[in-house]
Write a protein that binds this ligand. Structure first.
Ligand code: G6P
Ligand code: ZN
Length: 583
């Protein structure tokens, strides 16, 4: 057995290693500076504490973006030197974020071991490549992202770090072949276990969904399907699950070969970036002559996000979670005994609230960021949750789950069509959404993003909106002067959340203007950008009258959009006359 030694390498603190909502995300060039990754990893080990690190089993993998393979070798060597007992790596270093969560929670090693946590190497939906982003985050034993108490400690450690430990004499491990490699260090045996990236995740999905009924749907001649992984890690799972397990045609997969630079694209599943899928589904400008598929979906780089489309039809993420919640008990075996509760992030539309009310379910509104759902789930208070930012999931893991969301929709379609398969007219995605609106009303919804604006201007805009909240009279005067067809603001605040499980309080989670007719305007600064500031404006209007739920969404929201832009003085503060992205 190869024997390695522990080297202590001197280092000095490097600036800017504060993990954001989803770990540390920076340009590759920043990560490849001497000691940069090393300092962060060692700071994480210090934050966890030697007793948690020694003898531990840790997962290390990610979405396969540029620099992942080098980073994995570095982390393996540092883990070995810090006394970790086993490192688990998905084949080729690939594991989707939801799969890491599942592996931490459920996988049992060949020697009966269980994982204590893991590093996920991803910058999610940000582009990859030598000039783009890399990222790293740590997930805990419950499979969820490290809480702020841990990430704060990591950050503190990065500011005082003096040395890191790394194994010397430990060769690079072949992560392309499944199998266990064993080594010996000062503290005994150290194993690197390379395993199939899909097996554990597939097993979990099979325990949640009725694969047989989905297989029947996918093989029905009147149902057509399409999935776009945008060259992210979802491709690995799509091939295995949709094609091999469920019988979809190979040709229904778009961009399902993971690439280090995502093929030069922006791996974010929305109407702007998932261009190929959007065209195939007959949305937007298209010369597409062939009939679009009945169902289409896309994922982001690390496969935790999802976008759901029907033929020539977009399902907003806010509607998607509401519709999944409304149908879960009938259509998804995992939920057959009922939902423990449902939750959404604050800027997500109130479509889920209406379902919760109708079905008498516990309901929670949390700040943006998946970790808030994790607490509720660990306490058994929430089964299904979602965010407007194309994240949907359940308590089967502690991350959002892009493939899960697709399987949930396919389950609903299979359930609604159980008597229509084999030919004849199907209940379509669009039918399901329209029918949902007719029962629960519709939340017209749009989000305007102003990306990479000057950070000072963005801050001033937010300060202006907070100040304006103290004089609602003035606000309503301004609105009256702009549009007579927009109702009055009834109240306004900065969203604050008290976690019902641990009592912790999160302040400044976005500025809300709540209108008398149930409409909402929400303003937030993004927590995930890597350059400048990104201002997000969320615009929402509730329509209960089922004869009025079929309008074009941008048209229905135009008056509120105008109010949002003028009220915030968007152009004056940012110099932008139009948003970068509208979803
Ligand atoms: C990540 C988190 C999500 C969150 C999103 C918000 O994707 O995992 O939970 O909704 O960031 O991003 P933003 O850029 O709006 O802060
Ligand atoms: Zn992601």
């Amino acid at each position: 057995m190869v024997v390695f030694q522990v080297a202590r390498v001197e280092t000095t603190p490097l600036d800017g290693q504060k993990p954001g909502t989803s770990g540390l995300r920076k340009k590759v060039k920043v990560f490849t500076q001497p000691h940069y990754l090393h300092n962060f990893v060692q700071s994480t080990f210090y934050a966890l504490g030697a007793d948690k690190v020694r003898g531990a089993t840790l997962v290390v993998s990610g979405d396969g973006r540029y620099y992942s393979k080098d980073a994995i070798q570095i982390i393996i060597k540092m883990a070995a030197a810090n006394g970790v007992r086993r490192i688990w790596v998905g084949q080729n270093g690939l594991l989707s974020t939801p799969a890491v969560s599942a592996v931490i929670r459920d996988r049992v090693g060949h020697d009966g071991s269980k994982a204590n946590g893991g590093f996920i190497l991803t910058a999610s939906h940000n582009p990859g490549g030598p000039h783009e982003d890399f990222g790293i985050k740590y997930n805990m034993e419950n499979g969820g992202p490290a809480p702020e108490s841990v990430t704060d400690k990591i950050y503190e450690n990065t500011k005082t770090i003096k040395e890191y430990l790394i194994a010397e004499g430990l060769p690079d491990v072949d992560i392309s072949t499944v199998g266990v490699s064993s080594f010996t260090g000062p503290e005994g045996q150290f194993d690197v276990d390379v395993f199939d990236s899909t097996t554990d995740y597939v097993k979990l999905m099979k325990s949640i969904f009725d694969f047989e009924s989905i297989r029947k749907l996918l093989s029905s001649p009147n149902f057509t399907f399409c999935y776009d992984a945008l060259h992210g890690v979802a491709g690995v799972y799509a091939k295995r699950i949709f094609v091999e397990e469920l019988g979809a045609e190979e040709s229904s997969l778009l961009n399902c070969v993971p690439k280090e630079d995502f093929g030069g694209g922006h791996p974010d599943p929305n109407l702007t970036y998932a261009k190929e899928l959007v065209a195939r589904m007959g949305l937007g400008k298209t010369n597409n002559e062939s009939e679009p598929p009945e169902f289409g979906a896309a994922a982001d780089g690390d496969a935790d996000r999802n976008m759901i489309l029907g033929k020539r039809f977009f399902v907003t993420p806010s509607d998607s979670v509401a519709i999944i919640a409304a149908n879960a008990v009938e259509a998804i075996p995992y939920f057959s005994s009922g939902l423990k509760g449902v939750a959404r992030s604050m800027p997500t539309s109130a479509a889920l609230d209406v379902v919760a009310k109708h079905l008498n379910l516990k309901f929670f509104e949390v700040p943006t960021g998946w970790k808030f759902f994790g607490n509720l789930m660990d306490a058994g208070m929430c089964s299904v949750c979602g965010e407007e930012s194309f994240g949907t999931g359940s308590d089967h893991i502690r991350e959002k789950d892009g493939i899960w969301a697709v399987l949930a929709w396919l389950s609903i379609l299979a359930y609604k069509n159980k008597d229509n398969l084999g030919g004849g007219k199907l209940v379509t995605v669009e039918d399901i959404v329209r029918q949902h609106w007719s029962v629960y009303g519709r939340h017209y919804y749009t989000r305007y993003d102003y990306e990479n604006v000057d950070a000072g201007g963005a801050k001033d805009l937010m300060a202006h909106l907070v100040k304006l909240q103290s004089s609602l009279g003035e606000v309503n005067e301004i609105i009256k002067g702009l549009r007579s067809d927009v109702s009055n603001v009834a109240c306004a605040d900065e969203f604050e959340y008290k976690d019902p499980v641990d009592g912790s309080i999160s302040k400044h989670q976005g500025i809300r203007y709540l209108f008398e007719d149930g409409s909402r305007l929400v303003f937030r600064l993004s927590g995930t950008g890597s350059e400048g500031a990104t201002i997000r404006v969320y615009i929402e209007q509730y329509e209960k009258d089922s004869s009025k739920t079929g309008r074009d969404s941008q048209e229905a929201l135009a008056p509120l959009v105008e109010v949002a832009i003028k009220l915030s003085k968007m152009e004056a503060f940012t110099g932008r006359s139009a948003p970068t992205v509208i979803t």
